[in-house]
Design a protein around this ligand. Structure first.
Ligand code: SF4
Length: 463
């Protein structure tokens, strides 16, 4: 494919022609499955589509293009995509002009794309995680009449950072600082579908953030599978703490978040930078996965129950107002009831402000996929319920300490259920609902937290 064919202007011409034939502006629906990295990729894909002349919609029905940005971290995310493909078939029968596309991690998984093309012959375009920058050219091929266009690359084909993005929120944005992962946690498919770890140059990241701030962004979320190992392999070596110091200097930027932090790489220097910062949010997502040393070793996580707890202790000492959230996997192969007790013990001692608790999902090709299952699903379900209950009790108790305080809230929107309320987030990432006018959306406002309702707060604006 030529460079020119990846140019959005060539696609724009083709889109315009098809719009004239069909007698309406083409509508595109991008559906995102999975994590924040996928959300950010989808913003880029939407930006390309909008620049090419598509109108964006949230409705599959009546759309001229439907794109699923898929996830494969857990089997149910993959099954949801396959389920939705059935719905797409109905749409395609109603509208033969409909362009159906799939991209993302599931497509990058060995064999998945070929299987999709065989089982769902009405899919027009499949591409992977490494070639988002080539989407304009690939889509042009489809519009020009090529059937079942497929391009999955093992190595990255160009950067898509300079492509236009259609942000979900005008006032906050994700910023990719690195791609891929080198850790090979035994249960995780990410290193296989997102490739080896690659950091972006600090200067390029800072330039992107400056430009986002000029465009009205107040809060950035620095994104990477393991942000704490940022900078390895760059010609000008820089670590994550040093990058944060530079990001902090951006005039007009008010809040900085980042995810995900691997506990094994979280340095004391980073804790210092966070503690002394006026912009880095008081929230840290620190995946635990398990509290059992035996399981952690098998998972290849490179920390122990006690070293994790010691890290939490250092973080809480340095920043008493910090909220720590985590990910927990229950039902990892060979996990025993004693291992689950260790996990529950960490939840209680770490006093997480929140946790995403998952039942282990076997992913083909990972090391854990070959381990024997030692407990049945009923037992695993009972353990899951126990962990979840502990998480809920601990986190709501923990969050209550903020009740009565006057805190800053970035207003994200009008509450979907009650239009008299606004909804926003504390620096701690906890959601707050409070009465207010829609004109405050996008501003950071002071709110007195009047009641804690488990995992969110009710409040009153207090200027
Ligand atoms: S750090 Fe582990 S869990 Fe996270 S993306 Fe890398 S391999 Fe997966």
């Amino acid at each position: 494919m030529t460079e020119k064919s990846n140019d959005i202007s060539a696609l724009k011409e083709a889109v315009l022609k098809r719009s004239e034939v069909l007698g309406h502006t083409l509508r595109a629906d991008v559906v995102t499955f999975g994590c924040q990295m996928n959300e950010r990729d989808s913003e880029k894909l939407k930006g390309i589509l909008k620049t090419a002349g598509f109108e964006l919609t949230d409705e599959e029905e009546g759309a001229d293009l439907v794109l699923y940005n898929t996830c494969t971290v857990r089997d149910n995310a993959a099954q949801r995509v396959y389920g939705r493909l059935g719905v797409l078939k109905r749409e395609k029968l109603k509208n033969p002009w409909l362009i159906t596309c799939l991209c993302g991690c599931l497509m990058q998984e060995e064999g998945s794309a070929d299987e999709v093309l065989r089982r769902y012959p009405y899919v027009d375009l499949i591409f992977g995680t490494q070639n988002i920058a080539r989407f304009p050219g690939l889509l042009l091929k489809v519009i020009s009449g090529e059937e079942q266009v497929l391009e999955i690359l093992k190595e990255p084909a160009g950067s898509h950072e300079s492509l236009p993005a259609e942000r979900k929120y005008p006032f906050k944005s994700g910023v990719n600082i690195m791609y891929g992962c080198d850790n090979f946690c035994s249960y995780c498919i990410v290193p296989f579908v997102r490739g080896r770890e690659r950091s972006r140059e600090a200067a390029e990241i800072l330039k992107e953030i400056e430009s986002l701030v000029r465009d009205g962004v107040k809060e950035v979320m620095l994104l990477g599978q393991n942000v704490n190992s940022y900078g390895k392999g760059l010609p000008d070596p820089v670590n994550f703490a040093a990058l944060l110091r530079e990001v902090e200097k951006t005039p007009g930027l008010e809040r900085i978040r980042f995810m995900t932090s691997h506990p094994k790489d979280l340095s004391d220097e980073l804790i210092e930078v966070m503690a002394s910062s006026g912009k880095i949010c008081r929230h840290l997502h620190l995946p635990l996965q398990s509290g059992s040393d035996r399981i952690l070793e098998d998972m290849n996580r490179h920390y122990t129950k006690e070293s994790y707890l010691s890290l939490v202790h250092r973080l809480r000492n340095a920043m008493p107002e910090l909220a720590i959230t985590t990910d927990i996997i229950v039902g990892y192969p060979t996990e025993t009831r004693e291992d689950v007790e260790d996990t529950i013990d960490v939840v209680k001692r770490a006093e997480f402000e929140g946790a995403f608790t998952f039942i282990y999902s076997k992913r083909a090709g990972t090391k854990a996929a070959s381990l024997p299952e030692t407990r049945d699903s009923g037992e695993i379900g009972a353990s899951f319920d126990r962990v979840l209950k502990t998480v809920q009790e601990v986190s709501s108790e923990r969050l209550k300490r903020f009740t009565g305080k006057r805190m800053s809230v970035l207003v994200e929107g009008v509450n979907e259920r009650d239009p008299k309320l606004l909804s926003g987030r504390l620096s701690q990432n906890t959601v707050v609902h409070f009465p207010g006018e829609a004109s405050a959306v996008g501003s950071i406002v002071p709110v007195r937290l009047t009641a804690c309702r488990g995992f969110y707060f009710l409040g009153e604006r207090q200027d």
